[in-house]
Ligand binder design. Structure first.
Ligand code: F0G
Length: 486
């Protein structure tokens, strides 16, 4: 039963994302009173990363390591073979990865950024450039630590919030050719394509674009690296949006995507709903350049920093990523939320993508200057009024330049992640409802300023505070409208 997705047509004509799974293990949630939510947000320095889950109602921070696991995944964990070297669990995972990605050599790593570390150390030297559709935070840091420079060569209109462009994650081929002309192929370490491009709103690239990028790479004898953390969802969008693939099965789409890449790496926290990561390739030469680094940083070749239980679950999970009912679930719920918010005139990234619903904080809070972090303010405000934890993906997630000034982010987003098969439709309706209320009361929300700003990846651990008493005003209005209701 692979040719199915979870948006089902109702008698009313509406397309409703129906859960094609049933809930068998549950975790109790708490929706605390708004006064406690506000206190928790203040204690967390207006940084949703620093909240404790005991205070969170719907945890939409990320889909990383938080997708629901299947019954088959959980049961596979019981047969794990604990061994430092030669574990049977590893061989089962290796077989599964070879089958799904079509690559022979498999290097396990404890998570995606560990794979980025190995790939960056092995293939980037000082002065190199790495063209890509868009950066991811940890990817960029690893590349820069190794002396590389990230070049983002997306199409000019890829960052438009409201758009009908189906493949905003595409690399602009003319810009790619221009990179080779300007720097020469010797300085291009590799070309990186990120599936379901995270920081521009989970936006996919097309298969045609991969073919075009591959052609330019071949002409310049340069390798193509694929970040496959969200490849399942990208494959689903290819099937939905690219005419040639409308009758293709997901497994074939995945195999074709990977066939264009010389090296594929991934966070399995996303792609296979487990906690780990890895690198795969068909080139013995590339494998040998990474192998010893892997042992140094991650652990022996047959576990790479992962527990054998997670390795077993990964072998099962990567196969489930070929099941359309699994990989369509998050995009269908995201589409539901995005379409509802869009219809209410709330600025959200369209078309709906993978990973989450992305609210445009600049459009939502035009009165909050970018230097006062509108996406961070919006994330804090939403938590206070709902217990929903989203993630800032804007200037707080950016860095400062050499003069110490903020590099203002291209887009200021509040990301509300939809981990696979975690939230129900009524919870999704609650999200839509509270974002609508917040939009109607948006003028109450003000900006943020730093209290404690770490120099590296400041968004993870940094602390901020409200510039005015806007949280109190928001609380008062919430109480006026909702009374004692949570
Ligand atoms: N590549 C992409 C495209 C990612 O989205 C992530 C993580 C990584 C690499 C790093 O993987 O977390 O396993 O080390 N994204 C998470 C997120 C953190 O919330 O979007 P990791």
């Amino acid at each position: 039963m692979t040719d199915q997705n979870s948006a089902i047509k109702f008698y009313s004509g509406e397309q409703i994302p129906v859960e094609l799974h049933k809930v068998r293990i549950v975790q109790k949630l708490f929706l605390k009173p708004i006064e406690e939510r506000k206190a928790a947000m203040e204690e967390a320095g207006f940084n949703t990363f620093l909240l404790s889950t005991k205070d969170v109602f719907l945890d939409m921070l990320t889909d990383s390591g938080t997708n629901a696991m299947s019954d088959n995944q959980v049961s596979s964990m019981l047969q794990a073979d604990d061994a430092y070297a030669g574990s049977q669990s590893f061989y089962r995972m290796e077989r599964a990865l070879r089958d799904v990605f079509g690559k022979h050599y498999v290097l396990p790593a404890h998570q995606g950024r560990a794979a980025e570390n190995i790939v960056s150390q092995a293939f980037i030297k000082k002065g190199d450039v790495i063209p890509m559709n868009y950066h991811f935070t940890t990817t960029k840091e690893h590349m820069e630590l190794n002396g590389g420079k990230v070049l983002e060569i997306f199409a000019d209109d890829a960052l438009e919030i409201k758009s009908s462009k189906l493949f905003k994650g595409n690399i602009d081929i003319e810009k790619l050719k221009a990179v080779f002309k300007e720097y020469g192929k010797e300085r291009v370490a590799f070309v990186r394509m990120e599936a379901s491009t995270n920081l521009i709103g989970g936006q996919p690239f097309s298969m045609q674009n991969m073919r075009d990028v591959k052609k330019v790479c071949d002409e310049n004898e340069t390798m193509m690296v694929l970040d496959a953390s969200l490849i399942g969802e990208n494959a689903y969008f290819i099937k939905q949006r690219e005419e040639e693939f409308k009758n293709a099965n997901i497994k074939d789409i995945l195999l074709e995507m990977c066939s264009y890449a010389d090296l594929v790496y991934f966070s399995s926290r996303k792609v296979s709903s487990t906690r780990g990561g890895g690198i795969v390739t068909n080139s013995k030469d590339l494998y040998m350049k990474m192998r010893d680094l892997l042992v140094l940083y991650e652990g022996f070749l047959t576990y790479g920093g992962m527990s054998v239980r997670e390795i077993e679950a990964m072998a099962v999970g990567i196969n489930e990523t070929c099941d359309e009912t699994v990989i369509s679930q998050s995009p269908s719920f995201i589409a539901y939320a995005v379409n509802q918010l869009d219809a209410a005139g709330i600025p959200v990234i369209t078309p709906p993508g993978a990973l989450g619903c992305h609210v445009d904080a600049k459009g939502f809070l035009p009165h909050v200057p970018q230097a006062e972090y509108p996406a961070g303010a919006l994330a804090s405000a939403l938590f206070i009024i709902s217990g929903i934890r989203g993630m800032e993906r804007g200037t707080i997630s950016s860095v400062r330049d050499e003069n110490g000034d903020d590099i203002l982010a291209d887009v200021e987003l509040l990301r509300l992640a939809f981990p696979r098969r975690v939230f129900t439709l009524s919870q999704t309706m609650f999200v839509v409802d509270r974002v609508k209320w917040l939009y109607d009361n948006r003028e109450l929300i003000g900006g943020l300023e730093w209290v404690e700003e770490p120099p590296l990846l400041r968004f993870f651990m940094g602390r901020l505070k409200a510039k005015t008493d806007w949280p109190e005003k928001l609380l008062a209005k919430f109480k006026k409208d909702f009374g004692e209701s949570l």
